[in-house]
Design a protein around this ligand. Structure first.
Ligand SMILES: Cc1ncc(C[n+]2csc(CCOP(=O)(O)OP(=O)(O)O)c2C)c(N)n1
Ligand code: SF4
Ligand SMILES: [Mg+2]
Length: 284
């Protein structure tokens, strides 16, 4: 079982002081300790953006992928070695813009992986442009007169795309987020947490204070996360009150449950004696 101090790395953290990514990093590391996992059992995958650096800051195996492709990579790793716990870390532009098409398909396939989206409602690494979750009127270099399109609702989209675990956390409440991550990783199937992650450098609107004024916890109001209609209703709530916590959860066979021939880790299947002559001849 891993202990917290083994999870640090010597790499200097380059995030801006106060960035919400620190809350996600500490929540994730503490969740791994809570889960009692071994370091070698877990693999992180990240996209490109400020969030993507997270793989350098946790002392477990990690794959820093390309922009928008966290989910295909995480899916591939899980299908190749079903014994691994695979956790993807994506940015909002990474997952909800460039990688958007992968999101609904990962949800409906129900591959047993976890996705954590660092949703700062801005492109951080490229120095502050509007993303699909930016708020109306948000002024950036790419929308100098304010964003004119309504923001995308990833929680509602996940629910209607048949995701089996849908939650939202806040980087300013790492203890609550830690608990969500524990539950998400324990869940069998596609588990997804959108995390409000204040970008203190480029998002002047959605600050810690902005979120703290609005956020309330679904569990404090007795939300029944097994009720899909109620989950959908809650996912549409925005404005003076914004919910965090688990919106929706159901048990459903995973992708690999339905493909028993892939269930044994491919990495453990010997291919030395497989004769592919006939296949090659058919293709000739
Ligand atoms: C395929 C590809 N497209 C675009 C880029 C340029 N690019 C680098 S980071 C980034 C966006 C980062 O925004 P986000 O995913 O929200 O992450 P953040 O920096 O906010 O954590 C983009 C578009 C890239 N590196 N690769
Ligand atoms: S630019 Fe924003 S998201 Fe990137 S490290 Fe700085 S505060 Fe964090
Ligand atoms: Mg972003």
């Amino acid at each position: 079982m891993v202990i917290l101090k083994e999870l640090g790395t010597p790499i200097k953290i380059v995030w801006c002081p106060g960035c919400g990514n620190f809350g996600i990093l500490s929540a994730f590391k503490s969740a791994l300790v809570d889960l009692g996992l071994e370091r070698k059992q877990v693999v992180m995958v990240s996209g490109i953006g400020c969030h993507g650096k997270i793989v350098d800051y946790v002392n477990i195996n990690g794959f820093h992928g390309i922009h928008g492709r966290v989910l295909p990579l995480a899916t591939g790793i899980k299908l190749a070695n079903s014994e691994l716990t695979v956790v993807g870390f994506a940015g909002d532009a990474d997952c909800y813009d460039e990688g958007w098409d992968h999101f609904c398909h990962a949800a409906r396939r129900n591959v047993d992986i976890t996705l954590i989206v660092h949703n700062n409602m801005v492109l951080g690494l490229t120095t502050g442009q509007t993303t699909s979750t930016s708020q109306p009127g948000f002024k950036t270099k790419s929308t100098p007169f304010g964003s004119i399109s309504p923001p995308l609702n990833p929680i509602a989209n996940a629910i209607v795309s048949h995701a089996t675990f849908v939650a939202r956390g806040f980087a300013g409440d790492p203890k609550h987020l830690q608990n969500l991550i524990v539950q998400a990783i324990k869940h069998r199937g596609f588990s997804y947490i959108d995390v409000f992650q204040p970008c203190v450098t480029f998002n002047y609107l959605n600050t810690y204070e902005w979120f703290r004024k609005r956020i309330y916890k679904l569990e404090d109001e007795g939300h029944d996360y097994t009720d899909k209609w109620k989950a959908l209703e809650k996912s549409l709530e925005w404005g003076d009150r914004i919910p965090v916590g688990i919106f929706y959860k159901e048990e459903r066979p995973t992708y690999l449950d339905q493909l028993p021939h892939l269930k044994a880790p491919l990495t453990k299947i010997s291919i030395g004696n497989v004769d592919i002559t006939e296949i090659m001849e058919n293709m000739a």
